[in-house]
Write a protein that binds this ligand. Structure first.
Ligand code: IMP
Length: 193
């Protein structure tokens, strides 16, 4: 069976991929290969970070690997927070409540609420790299709603719905989400190699 590392320790992301690829690929997490490195994510683009993470695993551990990076791009903020989405608010980063609070504050006087989530997945194949992109268009609300999901989900309404991502079931979100769309492209590709 072909072995492939997914450069994450997020159990939800891993479970999802394993359910789909489990029959043909042994998908391993970073913990599974004993990688506890703080992999640098300092590139100026989502694509650059996804490629850097996948390459890191290939170069240091020898396994082919795929890695993802996601950003929320808000038109009225010239594409911010974008590649800095995890650490938009000052502090350690990954503080979703602080990130959302800052986003809503910066959007207070904006009538253009258009935004999109973008995910890039990079896959190493020996020395080569292939990338897959998924986009979900939508809008930023004026206040948070819903308890599901994570990150900016309570303030993002996907196009064609009037509920936030945090008000959708996991299956409803996956069907239209940036990550869901990029993952489908990766899976279709892997099924044919
Ligand atoms: P990552 O590249 O998946 O780690 O995502 C970077 C940051 O984007 C996260 O820390 C979250 O703040 C945000 N983010 C990524 N995916 C989502 C999502 O599906 N919903 C809401 N926020 C997300």
């Amino acid at each position: 069976m072909r072995q492939l590392v997914f450069a994450t320790n997020n159990s939800h992301k891993l479970e999802e991929i394993r359910r789909i690829l489990g029959e043909s690929f042994a998908v391993m997490s970073l913990a599974d290969i004993n990688c506890h490195d703080d992999i640098p994510e300092n590139e100026p683009t989502l694509e650059g970070n996804a490629i850097a993470k996948a390459r890191w695993v290939k170069e240091h551990y020898g396994y082919d690997c795929f890695a993802d990076d996601t950003g929320l791009e808000v038109d009225a903020l010239d594409g911010a927070p974008g590649v800095h989405s995890a650490r938009y608010a000052p502090g350690e980063g990954h503080d979703s409540a602080a990130n959302m609070k800052l986003l809503l504050k910066n959007m207070e006087d904006k009538s253009d609420r258009k935004a999109r989530f973008r995910t890039v997945i990079a896959l190493t194949e020996g020395d080569r790299i292939k990338t897959f992109e998924g986009v979900c268009e939508g809008a930023i609300t004026t206040s948070p709603a819903g308890n599901g999901g994570f990150g900016y989900d309570p303030v993002f309404v996907p196009e064609g719905d009037d509920r936030t991502f945090a008000q959708l079931s996991a299956d409803e979100k996956n069907a239209v989400s940036h990550r869901g769309r990029a993952t489908v492209k990766l899976i279709n590709y892997l099924r044919n190699v």
